[in-house]
Design a protein around this ligand. Structure first.
Ligand code: CDP
Length: 208
C-alpha cells in the first residue's frame, strides 16, 4: 500500500509546486518540511537569536510552540495563534535558513514533528527519503541548473537573476551535507521540463 512519497531536491528545483500537484492527484495531503526550518530562522531573526547558537535556538523553540499545518491547498506554520507563513519566503529568511538547518538537534526536532504527522502523505524537502522516511514507498530527487532555478525564483524575490543565482549557489553549498538522493530515489533533472511534465513523470512512477 502507498504510504509516503518523498520528493527531495535542491533549492528552487520546484519541489513544493510539484509535491502539491502530485499530492492533489493522489488525493493525499502534502507536507513541506522546509517551512519548519524557515520558521525557526524567522523566529531567530525576530528575537535576535544568533543562528549559529543551537542551544539558544532550541530554547526559542521551547518558549515558542511552532506548528506545521499541512493543508491540501498549502502548508501553514503557526506560532501561538499567529500565522507565520507569509513571513517565511523572504530573502532574509533564505539567507539565514541553511545555518539554522545545520544543527543536528534542531534537525532532530524538525524530524520529530514530521514523523508525528498522520500517514499517508507526499512530503518534500532535502533528506525526506534518506534520513526521515527511509521506508517511503517511492522516492524522487529533483535537480535543475542553477541558472534555470534562479530564473524561476527571481519572480518571487527582490534582486536580479544574477543575485538570486549567487544566493542559491551559496545555499546549495551550505545544504550539501543534508541534501542528497536516497539510493532508491528516481532522479529527475527539471531544467527543461514544465511543471506538468515533472508531475506526470512522477505520477507514472508511482505504483497504482
Ligand atoms: O524551496 P526551497 O528549496 O528554496 O527551500 P525549502 O525547501 O523551503 O528549504 C529551506 C531550507 O531549509 C533549505 O535551504 C535547507 O537549509 C533547509 N531544509 C533542510 O535542511 N532539510 C529539509 N528537509 C528541508 C529544508
Amino acid at each position: 500500500m502507498l504510504v509516503i512519497v518523498t520528493i527531495d531536491g535542491v533549492a528552487a528545483s520546484g519541489k513544493s509546486s510539484v509535491a502539491a500537484r502530485v499530492a492533489q492527484q493522489l488525493n493525499l495531503p502534502f507536507v513541506s518540511s522546509g517551512l519548519l526550518y524557515r520558521a525557526v530562522a524567522r523566529l531567530a531573526l525576530k528575537h535576535d537569536v544568533p543562528t549559529q547558537d543551537q542551544e539558544a535556538l532550541l530554547r526559542l523553540l521551547d518558549s515558542h510552540a511552532l506548528e506545521l499545518r499541512p493543508y491540501a491547498q498549502g502548508n501553514e506554520v503557526w506560532c501561538e495563534g499567529e500565522d507565520l507563513t507569509h513571513e517565511l519566503h523572504t530573502a532574509e529568511v533564505d539567507a539565514a535558513v541553511s545555518r539554522v538547518a545545520q544543527h543536528s538537534q534542531l534537525r532532530a526536532w524538525v524530524n520529530e514533528q514530521l514523523r508525528a504527522l498522520p500517514e499517508p502523505f507526499v512530503v518534500e524537502g532535502r533528506d525526506m527519503g534518506t534520513a526521515v522516511f527511509p521506508q517511503a514507498s517511492v522516492k524522487f530527487y529533483l535537480t535543475a541548473s542553477a541558472r534555470v532555478r534562479a530564473e524561476r525564483r527571481a519572480g518571487e524575490r527582490t534582486g536580479d537573476v544574477d543575485a538570486v543565482e549567487a544566493a542559491l549557489r551559496e545555499r546549495d553549498r551550505h545544504d550539501a551535507a543534508q541534501s542528497r538522493p536516497a539510493p532508491d530515489a528516481l532522479l529527475l533533472d527539471t531544467s527543461n521540463l514544465s511543471l506538468d511534465e515533472v508531475v506526470s513523470c512522477i505520477l507514472k512512477a508511482v505504483p497504482a
